[in-house]
Write a protein that binds this ligand. Structure first.
Ligand code: TRP
Length: 336
């Protein structure tokens, strides 16, 4: 029997190493959706090349991302897990959507403004057209829900606009119009060096950010070197953002509330808090990191898993693309 489960879809650029902030705020929740949703998750290498990449590094990071998704608990048998470039329909539908998006609306994308500002004199056209490829990613799988960070909200809204526009132009119900899904869960993890800023992969100060690839020693060093606040009493309040960040981190990973952890620090120094927080972070990160290393050491098995995911994705994507080509009036290729 066909299940009536809704499709949840998201994608990650392999060039974005996953930080402790991403892990706590989003990534670790993804496996929990597997039983309720038909999940489609992929690594978007074709998005990554909107800015110039080192080929060897891109390949390695793509494997690492896919291994990480598996290591955090996305089950390749229960969901559709693949690499974007293995499914040519993304580029094909991307072109169709590029022809239905408007210069004006793409011009309003704040991420384009940010990134093109940093790209120098030669701004790749792909950087501008990128939201059309992202819309194709989403619409190919009839996705209902798209969990993304706030920085991607505008792109999902654009996807909805294009979907509605094409539904109106080509006889209705061509595309499922996706819902934005901004999971608001728990605290935002802040930079360890400036706790008024979000923890970010691109922070110029490497001590600000814990990555899922960090060794236990590196994690301990970063947490122990975290900027705290003046005073010495461990309290949870707005004017102590550094201390609060460590408490938030601990609570997010252990499921405790600030009220329940605070009493153990009465009369104790920040050093105790840092030590405990470092231990909790190591306990969360180490098993994921070690599992990624194990998966990365056997690329053959990883390739086989990715092949299965891509085969499944291609079949679904081909159905959607055939529907779109038919509505557009493309002559179907003869079979046989
Ligand atoms: N643009 C997203 C980012 O930079 C990644 C992405 C590509 C994506 N395609 C997607 C996210 C489809 C959700 C759905 O983070």
């Amino acid at each position: 029997m066909k299940t009536a489960r809704k499709t949840m879809l998201s994608a990650v650029q392999p060039t974005n190493p996953i930080t402790l902030g991403n892990y706590v705020g989003a990534v670790r929740r993804w496996p929990q959706y597997q039983s309720d949703y038909d999940m489609v998750f992929f690594g978007v290498d074709m998005h990554a090349i909107t800015l110039r990449q080192d080929p060897a590094q891109l390949r390695e990071q793509t494997y690492r991302l896919m291994a990480t998704l598996i290591a955090v608990g996305l089950d390749p048998d229960a969901c559709t897990l693949f690499v974007q470039s293995h499914v040519p329909q993304h580029a094909e539908l991307g072109w169709v959507l590029t022809c239905h998006a408007y210069m004006g609306e793409l011009n309003r994308m704040t991420q384009f403004k940010d990134k093109s500002g940093k790209a120098g004199a030669n701004i790749p056209v792909g950087l501008f057209a990128y939201p059309c490829l992202m819309a194709a990613d989403i619409l190919l799988y009839d996705a209902h829900r798209v969990p993304v960070g706030a920085d991607q909200k505008q792109h999902v809204e654009l996807t909805r606009d294009i979907a509605v526009r094409m539904n109106n132009a080509y006889g209705g119900d061509l595309f499922v119009v996706p819902e934005l899904f901004l999971p608001t869960i728990g605290a935002r993890i802040m930079s360890l060096q400036d706790p008024t800023k979000k923890m970010s992969k691109s922070d110029p100060n490497p001590k600000s950010t814990v990555f899922l690839t960090d060794t236990n020693k590196q994690i301990e060093k970063k947490i122990k070197g975290a900027v705290t606040d003046s005073g010495s009493e461990v309290t949870y309040q707005d004017d102590k953002p550094g201390v609060r960040n460590l408490i938030d981190l601990q609570c997010a990973l252990t499921g405790q509330s600030p009220d329940s952890v605070l009493p153990q620090y009465v009369g104790k120094q920040y050093g105790h808090l840092k030590q405990d927080t470092a231990a909790v972070v190591v306990e969360a990160v180490a098993p994921v990191r070690d599992e990624v290393a194990r998966l990365m050491a056997d690329k053959g098995s990883l390739d086989a898993v990715l092949k299965k995911g891509a085969d499944r994705a291609r079949e679904r994507a081909a159905r959607t693309l055939a529907r779109v080509y038919d509505r557009l009036g493309f002559v179907p290729p003869r079979s046989g």
